[in-house]
Design a protein around this ligand. Structure first.
Ligand SMILES: [Fe+2]
Length: 491
C-alpha cells in the first residue's frame, strides 16, 4: 500500500528516526532522514519526498515554521506533525498552515500507517485537482490564443484582399469609386463616401458614396462639415477622427489632403473601439489609394513627356509638310467623335487621343522629294510613302509604355477587304482604332485642297466613302460616319 512512497523523517532524536525508518522501510517505503531543520530543507529540495513526518521541536528550527517553507516550495508534499506533548493551540496553528495530521508521541505504528494511507490518498486527490486546474487553465490559454490567431488571420486576409483589389484596378477605372467600393466590401459600415473639400465654405462635398443594402444614410451626406480636429494643419497628418458615429480620414497626396473618406457605423451599438478598428483598415485603404493616385500622376507625367516628344517630331514634319499638322488635329477630333458614336471602350478612346495626333509620325522617315512632291507619286515613290506606317510603329514602340498601342499606327492604312498595307489585314483583324482612323484620314484628305486636286464637297465625299464601304472601310464605321456628317458635324 505504501510501496515506493518517499518519506522524510525529521526528528532530533536518532532513536525515533531509526524506529520509524526500520518500520517504514519494511513496508517498502523509501526513507530519508534529517535530525535538524537545515538537513530537512536540503532533503526536501534534493529528494522531493511525498510525506514529511515532522517533529515539532528541532534544534535549529521550529517545526511550525518549517511547514510554511514546505508548503511554499512543495505544496503537494503532505506533512504529518509529531510531538511529545499535546497543545491544542499548537495543533490548530499547524493544521492552519497545511499540516495533514498531528500524532502524539509515542504513537502506535499501525495508527501511523492509517494516517499515512489517508494522507497519501488526499495528496493524490490534491495532485489530480491541481492537474485538472492546470489543464483547464491551459485549455483557456489555448482558447484565447486561438481567438487571437483567428483575429490575426481575419486581419491578414482583409489586408490581402485590400492589396489585391487595389492591384487589380486598371488605369481607366476611377480610383475614388473603387476606394469606396473596397471600403464597403471590407468594413461592416452603414455608409461610406469619398468627399472633396469645398474651399469656399470649408465643407465637404460628396464625390461618390454608397450605403449598405441601399439603406439611406442616417444623415444628409451630400454636403457635410469638416470636424474641427481635421481643419488647418491637422488634415495633413493622415490622422483619423471619430465623431458622431462616423470616422473621417483625410486622403493625403504629396503632403496635401485632396479629399476625405467618411464612414458611418451601423446603428447596432458598435462602440468606439470597433470604430477604431475600422480606422485601421481605412488607413490601409487610404494608403493604397494614395499610392495608386501618385503612380497615376507619375505615369501621366511620363506619358505627357513622351507625347511632348512625339509632338515635337510631328512639328518637325509639319515644318516640311504644312498639310500634316492640321490634318492630324482634325483626324483626332473626328476619330474621337466617331469612336463615341460607335460606343468604343474608354481605353480605346484614350488610345485614339494619344495615337491619332501622331499617326503620321513615320513620315519623318520619308524623303522631301516624295513627301513634298506636288504631283502624283510613281509606283516606286508610293511604296516608299507607304512605309511611313511601319516607321511610325517603330518610333512609337521605342517608348515601352506605348509599344502595344504602336500597332494602331502600323495598321492605319489597312483596308477592310484585306488589300491595304503593310500586312494586308482584313475585317476585325484590323484594330478598331486603326479602322476608325482610316475613315477619318480619308475624309480629311478629300475635304482638303491638295496640290494635285481640289477639295471635294460633303455630298461627294459621303458618296465616295459609302462607295468604299466594305472594301476600303468597315461598313459599320462608314454608317456611323455618314450619320455624323449628315447631322452637320464639323471638325
Ligand atoms: Fe498615314
Amino acid at each position: 500500500m505504501l510501496e515506493g512512497t518517499k518519506i522524510l523523517v525529521v526528528d532530533d532524536n536518532p532513536e525515533v528516526i531509526n524506529i520509524l525508518g526500520d518500520f517504514l522501510g519494511l513496508n517498502g517505503c523509501e526513507i530519508y532522514k534529517a535530525t535538524c531543520g537545515k538537513e530537512a530543507l536540503e532533503m526536501l529540495e534534493g529528494k522531493d519526498p511525498e510525506i514529511v513526518i515532522l517533529d515539532v521541536q528541532l534544534p535549529d528550527l521550529n517545526g511550525i515554521t518549517l511547514i510554511d517553507t514546505i508548503k511554499v516550495t512543495k505544496p503537494t508534499t503532505a506533512v504529518i506533525m509529531a510531538t511529545g506533548y499535546y497543545d491544542p493551540n499548537f495543533v490548530i496553528d499547524a493544521m492552519k498552515k497545511g499540516a495533514s495530521d498531528f500524532l502524539l508521541k509515542p504513537f502506535e505504528l499501525d495508527k501511523l500507517m492509517l494516517v499515512m494511507m489517508r494522507v497519501l490518498r488526499e495528496r493524490r486527490l490534491l495532485i489530480e485537482n491541481e492537474n485538472m486546474m492546470q489543464n483547464l487553465s491551459d485549455a483557456k490559454k489555448i482558447e484565447h490564443l486561438n481567438r487571437e490567431l483567428q483575429k490575426k488571420i481575419k486581419e491578414l486576409t482583409t489586408m490581402y484582399h485590400i492589396s489585391n483589389r487595389f492591384n487589380s484596378i486598371n488605369i481607366f477605372e476611377d480610383v475614388y469609386e473603387k476606394l469606396v467600393q473596397i471600403v464597403g466590401e471590407t468594413l461592416d459600415v452603414r455608409s461610406c463616401g469619398y468627399y472633396v473639400p469645398d474651399g469656399d465654405t470649408n465643407e465637404l462635398i460628396l464625390y461618390t458614396g454608397h450605403t449598405k443594402d441601399g439603406e439611406p444614410p442616417g444623415w444628409d451626406w451630400q454636403r457635410i462639415g469638416i470636424p474641427a480636429d481635421l481643419t488647418g494643419p491637422a488634415r495633413r497628418t493622415r490622422k483619423h477622427v471619430v465623431k458622431d458615429n462616423r470616422v473621417y480620414l483625410p486622403l493625403v497626396i504629396q503632403g496635401e489632403p485632396i479629399g476625405f473618406i467618411v464612414t458611418e457605423a451601423k446603428m447596432n451599438g458598435r462602440g468606439p473601439r470597433s470604430l477604431e478598428n475600422d480606422a485601421f483598415f481605412l488607413r490601409l485603404i487610404a494608403e493604397k489609394a494614395s499610392t495608386q493616385i501618385e503612380n497615376r500622376m507619375l505615369y501621366e507625367s511620363l506619358f505627357e513627356n513622351i507625347l511632348h516628344t512625339l509632338r515635337s517630331l510631328i512639328i518637325a514634319i509639319t515644318k516640311r509638310d504644312l498639310y500634316t499638322e492640321g490634318h492630324c488635329k482634325r483626324v483626332t477630333g473626328m476619330s474621337l467623335a466617331l469612336g463615341e458614336c460607335l460606343g468604343v471602350s474608354d481605353y480605346e478612346k484614350d488610345v485614339i487621343k494619344v495615337v491619332c495626333p501622331v499617326h503620321d509620325l513615320g513620315k519623318i522617315g520619308i524623303p522631301d522629294s516624295i513627301l513634298l512632291k506636288p504631283s502624283r507619286l510613281s509606283d516606286e515613290e508610293y511604296t516608299i510613302m507607304q512605309s511611313h506606317s511601319v516607321y511610325g510603329e517603330e518610333i512609337m514602340s521605342r517608348f515601352e509604355i506605348l509599344a502595344k498601342e504602336a500597332r494602331i499606327i502600323r495598321h492605319h492604312h489597312e483596308r477592310y477587304d484585306g488589300k491595304g498595307y503593310p500586312d494586308r489585314l482584313a475585317g476585325a483583324d484590323i484594330p478598331v482604332c486603326s479602322r476608325i482612323i482610316a475613315v477619318c484620314d480619308a475624309y480629311d484628305a478629300m475635304v482638303t485642297d491638295r496640290p494635285y486636286r481640289k477639295a471635294m464637297g460633303t455630298d461627294e465625299i459621303v458618296a465616295e466613302v459609302t462607295r468604299c464601304s466594305g472594301s476600303q472601310f468597315d461598313p459599320e464605321i462608314v454608317k456611323a460616319f455618314v450619320d455624323l456628317v449628315r447631322d452637320g458635324h464639323e471638325w
